[in-house]
Design a protein around this ligand. Structure first.
Ligand SMILES: C[S@@+](CC[C@H](N)C(=O)[O-])C[C@H]1O[C@@H](n2cnc3c(N)ncnc32)[C@H](O)[C@@H]1O
Ligand SMILES: *[C@@H]1O[C@H](CO)[C@@H](O)[C@H](O)[C@H]1NC(C)=O
Length: 272
């Protein structure tokens, strides 16, 4: 047993979702004050905006060592390579659920190869933060916010079929409605040869202890209500693989995964 697998580390990982729910709850009073007496959905949007504006940077800090190499094309079979295995993110980019714009600074690293970015973000309450990140990172001439959910992308007419070089989904396929259907829909926007860069948390795999899978399902009874509709138990890798015919599928659990994770990740690039 390595020191990183100490009982305390395991316990901390197991209770992490509960701590996260508690943290989210602390933003509820302010959201209520700001939105009362508006509708429940306005409250939920404001609550998530407040929560994510504080938590987003922490999440970025822990996810950057995975997401930056991913977008650079340096990740294959869940592990980091010294030279690119896939092309870096480029061309017309569709960023799903950019939220408060955690990854705009990362995208700006690749901006010489990026023609335009479409950020599909339905929570208008978070748009001011997203806009300020776009400005801060000098992406104003390239970045367009599409103010709808992925489910309304087709009717919005903002994105043409087979027009996108790179789709980027970072911790957002957990939060979209009808994921199977909408992942299939997203696939249709990719050009042939286009790439889908994925970093998502997913449901426990068959290799996980049974009690851990049950624990995740129990947590998921309450989790989505506190974390902006995020679902813990989605079989996103399966739905991605089944979205349509792929030229190449390079999607795995990260190499450094531990068995006791409550929110296991998948990472990789699928090429149409
Ligand atoms: C957990 S946050 C992640 C935000 C960002 N990708 C990041 O890594 O910080 C999930 C994001 O998905 C967005 N979202 C929720 N429903 C969506 C939908 N139907 N279509 C597109 N995005 C959606 C949320 O508003 C939120 O910004
Ligand atoms: C731009 O694309 C070229 C050709 O694929 C690649 O060599 C280069 O590293 C890319 N630059 C960035 C910043 O992604």
């Amino acid at each position: 047993m390595s020191s990183s697998d100490s009982p305390l580390t395991i316990l901390n990982t197991l209770i992490f979702p509960l701590k996260f729910i508690f943290l989210s709850l602390t933003y509820l009073p302010r959201a209520l004050l700001l939105t009362f007496p508006s509708s429940l959905s306005t409250l939920q949007s404001a609550w998530f905006s407040l929560f994510w504006s504080h938590v987003g940077p922490l999440v970025r800090e822990s996810a950057s060592p995975s997401v930056i190499p991913l977008l650079s094309g340096l990740i294959t079979r869940g592990s980091l390579k010294p030279t690119p295995v896939h092309p870096a993110i480029s061309g017309t980019v569709l960023e799903l659920g950019p939220g408060s714009g955690q990854w705009t600074s990362t995208l700006s690293r690749f901006s010489s190869n990026i023609t335009k970015i479409l950020g599909v973000e339905p929570n208008t309450g978070i748009h001011p933060l997203l806009r300020s990140q776009i400005k801060k990172n000098n992406l104003e001439d390239k970045y367009t916010i599409v103010p709808c959910g992925v489910e309304d992308l087709a009717s919005s007419g903002k994105v043409e079929k087979e027009s996108v070089d790179s789709i980027m989904t970072v911790l957002c396929l957990c939060s979209i409605p009808e994921p199977q259907k909408n992942i299939k829909e997203l696939y249709t926007y990719l050009k042939p040869g286009g790439r889908w860069y994925v970093y998502e948390h997913v449901k426990q795999g068959p290799e996980a202890p049974r009690w851990l899978a049950i624990y995740q399902s129990v947590l998921n009874l309450i989790w989505p209500h506190f974390i902006g509709g995020c679902e813990m138990c989605r079989d996103t890798p399966k739905w991605l693989k089944e979205a349509g015919p792929w030229g190449d599928i390079d999607l795995s659990r990260p190499e450094k995964s531990v068995w006791y994770e409550t929110m296991p990740n998948v990472i990789g690039v699928l090429t149409k």
